[in-house]
Write a protein that binds this ligand. Structure first.
Ligand code: BES
Ligand code: ZN
Length: 616
């Protein structure tokens, strides 16, 4: 029995069980001066009823709709009253019955508005070389509906044609249509065309346009970014990208999308990475000049299987996307750097998991693996929990049946649900069925407390991770814990053999001390280890957290500077929370100064963090 709930996605207002979008053609002009997309979107809908449904309901949020046509004839349409946080449903009335499986093409002409939450428009001053404007999209989880009316649910997948005209180069989540690429138009605009032949959900619709150039980073990969940053981005990624692809192809099956490219965005990109097909979008903060933050690339690449081919049917089952991806990311890391690195990464993840559970509270709905998101905004539920509880669940299953057997299940699962969406109940049914004829595995799987894993809030049981890469770090942190009043004399040689990620674990341990460091010790640590000056923003970020917790006023200034330099929510949200504890006026003032720089999603989340309006 799959669907206990119907419809199974509570975060869409569309009637996607009556109609299924199978293809989208998006024709847009990128108007930088007006900060909007203007154009039309044609969607093919297949009827799932035999003429019973004469209206199509689509998700929309702050889109300026001009007309709705069927075969060139206007149709009656209206926007229903708002149903927050989901926007307003667009109701389209058909003038005839449509038989089961018959398709119709609906064309909507529209413009985006300044309230569009999916797009950020940057002025030249906000970009790296300050010469041209820039725009990019971020549709996950439910922001595609602010670009065009659609069935904005991961339970529906369609192929896509992109026809995008812009004065600047364009990137989209499809393969370029080579023979017609870059058709110059009379208006100083150029037409860029892309095709996505694999059906994808709306949240993977992606566009970017700006002063972007490309460099090769592997046999099937390029990195794209601002010309002045191209060399450093290429260096950061060229050593590992193809290694990662080959590693995961061994674990699952060959890469299905043709090219795997990475776009390094301006610093206001609100996430570490976003797995847009063909082109992963990534924050410039992974370009740390030490190749130490490209775990993010292993992660986004892994989404090419978990998430992009095999997709969670709703955001309530988000662990199927992120937990699986975290699991595969760590399998890639193990293949490239060794098994102990997988455990090292899992230990970092465990810390993030405990922090998130702490943040929400041990009984909170959002600490469950399968969450209830009825009436909720999936952005509010976002945390490390689906990633790390999901990883721990899969790691538990791997250990339960044995790694060798679990390895056989992985390609089976990704074949069974290729180009489909599924929920946790289908996942359970699939693994039980796969091991049915294996008495031993099947007994263990049937005895497993599935409901506890799915619905118990709080932390899961902690596995025995291999601690070989963290032991040195724990011992160094114990020395600091004993200060002052111990003979330990900190010296730069303490950390000279540590990787940046080990320093991160060290700083996380320091943050766990019940007694914070004294301001003097915190400052000493920063100076002796060169932490505040680190090019690795993960290191600088955590050092500022240590300093803020220690009450070292000397870190306030560099913290506010960092908050004006990067818009990645992973850093921005916790830094504002800590800064406001130490000095709320400075936190508020820093936010006021930088809010135009932040992406609309980031701006909204920090506003919730600083000024309440918390519905989570
Ligand atoms: N798909 C997520 C980003 C996301 C999640 C965007 C939910 C919007 C809503 C992406 O794959 C991701 O997980 N990014 C991580 C990096 C990763 C290494 C954990 C991030 O942004 O930090
Ligand atoms: Zn992810």
């Amino acid at each position: 029995m799959a669907n206990v709930n119907f419809p199974r996605d509570p975060n869409t207002l569309s009637n996607y069980h009556n109609w299924r979008c199978t293809h989208i053609t998006a024709n847009f002009d990128v108007l930088f001066h007006e900060k909007k997309l203007v154009g039309s979107v044609t969607q093919t809908f297949r009827s799932a009823t035999n003429g019973e449904s004469q209206e199509i309901l689509l998700d929309s949020n702050h889109v300026d709709i001009r007309s709705v046509n069927l075969n060139g004839r206007p149709l009656y349409w209206e926007l229903l009253p708002p149903s927050e946080p989901y926007g307003r449903a667009l109701k389209i009335k058909l003038d005839r019955c449509v038989k089961e499986n018959e398709t119709i093409d609906i064309e909507i002409t529209l413009q985006t508005t300044e309230k569009c939450t999916a797009l950020q428009w940057l002025t030249p001053a906000q970009t790296s070389n300050k010469r041209h404007p820039y725009m990019f999209s971020q549709c996950q989880a439910i922001h595609a509906r602010s670009i065009f009316p659609c069935q904005d649910t991961p339970d529906v997948k369609s192929t896509i044609d992109f026809n995008i005209s812009s004065p600047l180069p364009v990137i989209a989540s499809g393969l370029p249509v080579r023979n017609s690429l870059e058709t110059p138009l009379p208006s100083a605009m150029t037409l860029y065309r892309f095709h996505q032949r694999v059906p994808i959900p709306s949240y993977l619709f992606a566009l970017a346009s700006g002063d972007i150039t490309e460099a090769v980073i592997g046999p099937r990969s390029v990195v794209a970014t601002s010309p002045d940053k191209l060399g450093e981005c290429q260096w950061e990624l060229e050593a590992d990208t193809e290694k990662f692809i080959e590693a995961i192809e061994e674990i699952v099956y060959p890469y299905a999308w043709g090219k795997y490219n990475v776009l390094i965005l301006p610093p206001s990109f609100p996430y570490g990475g976003m797995e847009n097909p063909i082109f992963t979008f990534a924050t410039p903060s992974i370009i740390s000049k030490d190749r130490e933050n490209i775990d993010v690339i292993a992660h986004e690449l892994a989404h090419s299987w978990s998430g992009n081919l095999v997709t969670n049917a709703s955001w309530e089952h988000f662990w199927l996307n992120e937990g699986w991806t975290t699991y595969l990311e760590r399998r890639i890391l193990a293949a490239v750097h060794g098994e102990s690195y997988r455990h090292f990464s899992a230990l970092i993840g465990w810390k993030a998991l405990t922090d998130s559970v702490e943040h929400f509270g041990h009984d909170h709905e959002f600490t469950k693996l399968v969450t209830d998101l009825k009436g909720k905004d999936p952005d509010d539920a976002f945390s490390s929990i689906p990633y790390e509880k999901g990883f721990n669940f899969l790691f538990h299953l791997e250990n339960l049946v044995g790694k060798h057997k679990f390895d056989q299940f992985i390609p089976h699962y990704f074949t069974q649900f290729k180009e489909k969406s599924l929920d946790s109940y289908e996942f359970k049914a699939t693994i039980l069925e796969f091991f049915q004829s294996d008495m031993e595995a099947s007994k263990l799987l049937n005895e497993l407390d599935w409901d506890r894993w799915f619905y118990a809030p709080g932390l899961p049981p902690k596995p025995d991770f291999d601690t070989s890469l963290v032991d040195v770090v724990y011992s160094l942190s114990r020395k600091w814990k004993a200060m002052p009043g111990s003979p330990f004399k900190p010296d730069s040689s303490d950390i000279k053999d540590l990787t940046a990620n080990q320093i991160i674990v060290f700083l996380e341990q320091v943050l766990l001390f019940e007694e914070p460091l004294t301001p003097e010790l915190s400052r000493l640590m920063g100076e002796v280890y060169g932490l505040a000056r680190s090019e690795n923003i993960e290191v600088a970020n955590l050092y500022f957290q240590v300093g803020l917790k220690a009450g070292d006023n000397g870190v306030i200034e560099p913290t506010t500077q960092l908050l004006g330099r990067i818009g990645r929510m992973k850093f921005v949200r916790p830094l504002y929370r800590s800064l406001q504890k130490v000095n709320r006026p400075v936190a508020v003032e820093t936010f006021e100064q930088n809010k135009a720089f932040y992406h609309p999603i980031c701006r909204a989340m920090v506003e919730k963090d600083l000024f309440g309006k918390k519905d989570a």
